[in-house]
Design a protein around this ligand. Structure first.
Ligand SMILES: [Mg+2]
Length: 171
């Protein structure tokens, strides 16, 4: 089945790609428990939500730019997580074309990513979509970025949410 993709997909991190707040739940240093799972200094284990690896690979294989945007105050922990967690043997950070993290609005994060990637026109044209579990981040609509709300943080980003989100805006 062929489908239409946006030019860029933006992902929140905590409770969108993985089931934790990295500023609250994770204590450094990290080790790999398995290639796709880390264990922190207290023995807490963390992996991506089950559908996330195949979604990221699919976007990458189809030339869609992948951006992470997180309001985390602990950027250094998020960085360690994406360095350690592997997707099919490749460290996750290699799949991200731009990562914009830190406190403040996601409009700022996404505008910065668009600038970095030379995609400001695409952003204005509605070719960006954000998947996020916090409804307040819907304010990205004001800069032309589409928004898909993830309601159930037990499941995070699922294949179903991903498919429906793309279909709604890029059918
Ligand atoms: Mg979140």
């Amino acid at each position: 089945m062929s489908r239409n993709y946006p030019k860029a997909v933006v992902f929140d991190l905590d409770y969108t790609l993985w089931p934790c707040w990295c500023d609250v739940h994770i204590e450094l240093p990290l080790k790999n428990h398995r290639p796709d799972e880390i264990i922190d200094s207290y023995g807490y284990k963390l992996a991506l939500y089950p559908d996330v690896p195949s979604i990221i690979k699919e976007l990458s294989e189809n030339g869609v730019k992948i951006i992470s945007a997180s309001r985390t105050p602990t950027v250094h922990i998020a960085k360690q997580l994406i360095n350690h967690i592997n997707i099919d043997g490749t460290p996750m950070y290699k799949f991200f074309d731009s990562s914009q993290w830190g406190t403040g609005s996601k409009t700022k994060h996404i505008m910065e990513a668009a600038r970095e990637l030379g995609m400001e026109q695409e952003l204005r044209n509605g070719e960006f979509i954000l998947f996020d579990d916090e409804y307040r981040n819907k304010d990205v609509n004001s800069i032309g970025c589409n928004f898909v709300y993830i309601r159930d943080t037990d499941l995070g980003l699922t294949r179903d949410i991903f498919e429906k989100g793309l279909k709604k805006y890029y059918n």
